[in-house]
Design a protein around this ligand. Structure first.
Ligand code: PMP
Length: 379
């Protein structure tokens, strides 16, 4: 099987699994228990947080909250910051580029009276910085933007947004870095909170992180025993928290090598697609290399995914998530891509375990699928 759906999830690394099992066997204690075993667990938890600070070079500027994934991290940060600022700054800036775990939170906040402002997107699938600056004012309490888009791989201008935000200290800046970690260098300057999901970098499902610059800027959205700074109540899942540190360490340490490898394959595939009329790469050249979105004008994405699946190649469509315009993908629409090409778009996503053999196998499968579909394509 050739697995090219790494933006959806990745294969857990063996030592991440081993760590999870080992900590469960030997240190299953509750870090909030007052006895010696509990204290030992608490020490390990604090060590894990210190290690994350070290791995990401954060210089202890962030508190680390372990969550069950980025959906929870995004909910916690966005609602937490919005509620915190509501009395004096109830405008929120977002764009259609965001993942549903951000956009649906936004729609919910809108029903609670927050004022949403959608920032324009350029043809390259990036935040329009001029428009962003024009939307900023002292009533904005929250700005959210992903680091790397999950549909196209486009890298967003986080650093530039943070610079603009320097003039607006009331605005909390949240960054969803799910598709960026381990793939490109991250920007932290001027960022108030950041989300990660372990299973996107060879960790486990049910494992996430929220980095928060100032926990007092977030209202809790999960209430209970007060664990984890009063923001994320519930018994701490030490085995899962220790295991994500392992995955994070690998992701960060291998980032440069992986980036080089993936860039080479990305460019190779772009050249390869050039020889097939009717097939066009939707991902801009400046995208992160692990995601390649490709449009087949005239064929449906679902049909393509099935055809590749029959060839034992696993990849995904990009037809999900649209409210206003039926089933068309909002991210690709915002880039001005034609509706028929959007309908025939697929996402190829590579990761740390992708091999040269996978790329070769994909090309062979592509040729077979193209032969099958070529009469239908608009060239
Ligand atoms: N943000 C982005 C950009 C994502 O790609 C995903 C996963 N598809 C999420 C958030 C949500 O992560 P999870 O499903 O692990 O909660």
């Amino acid at each position: 099987m050739i697995y090219l759906d790494n933006a959806a999830t990745t294969r857990p690394a063996q030592d991440v699994l081993d760590t999870y099992v080992k900590v469960n066997q030997n240190l299953y204690f509750n870090p909030n228990s007052p006895h010696q075993a509990g204290l030992q667990a608490e020490q390990l938890l604090n060590q894990a947080k210190a290690q994350i600070n070290q791995i990401l070079n954060l210089e202890d500027r962030y508190d680390i909250i372990f969550t069950n994934g980025a959906t929870e991290s995004n909910n916690m940060a966005l609602k937490g910051a919005a509620y915190n600022r509501k009395p004096y700054a109830d405008e929120i800036i977002v764009s259609v580029l965001e993942h549903p775990s951000v956009l649906e939170v936004m729609r919910h906040l809108e029903t609670e009276g927050f004022k949403l402002r959608y920032v324009n997107v350029t043809k390259e699938g990036k935040i329009d910085l001029e428009h962003f600056e024009s939307l900023m004012n002292s009533n904005v309490g929250l700005v959210t933007c992903m680091h790397v888009n999950n549909i196209t791989g486009q890298i967003q201008p986080i650093e530039e947004m943070a610079e603009i935000l320097e003039a607006y200290p009331k605005a909390h800046f949240h960054v969803d870095a799910v598709q960026a970690i381990g793939k490109i260098p991250l920007t932290f300057k001027g960022i108030d909170s950041m989300s990660f999901s372990g299973h996107k970098f060879n960790g486990l499902k049910g494992q996430g992180l929220l980095l928060v610059h100032n926990i007092h800027n977030l209202e809790p959205v999960i209430h209970g025993g007060g664990q984890e700074y009063g923001l994320r109540s519930g018994t701490v899942n030490l085995p899962i928290d220790i295991a994500i540190v392992k995955a994070l360490k690998h992701a960060v340490h291998q980032q440069d090598d992986l980036h080089q490898r993936l860039t080479e394959w990305n460019q190779q595939l772009r050249r390869f697609f050039n020889d097939y009329p009717g097939v066009k790469v939707n991902s801009p050249d400046t995208s992160a290399p692990h995601i390649l979105n490709v449009g087949f004008d005239g064929v449906k994405g679902e049909v393509l995914v099935n055809a590749f699946s029959k060839q034992d190649v696993m990849l995904s469509t990009t037809s999900a998530c649209s409210s206003k315009r039926g089933h068309l993908n909002e991210v690709l629409l915002s880039m001005g891509i034609s509706e028929s090409r959007i309908e025939g778009s697929i996402r190829i996503s590579m990761g740390a375990v992708t091999t040269e053999e996978d790329i070769k196998g994909f090309k062979a499968a592509f040729k077979a699928v193209y032969e099958e579909m070529k009469e239908l394509l608009k060239k």
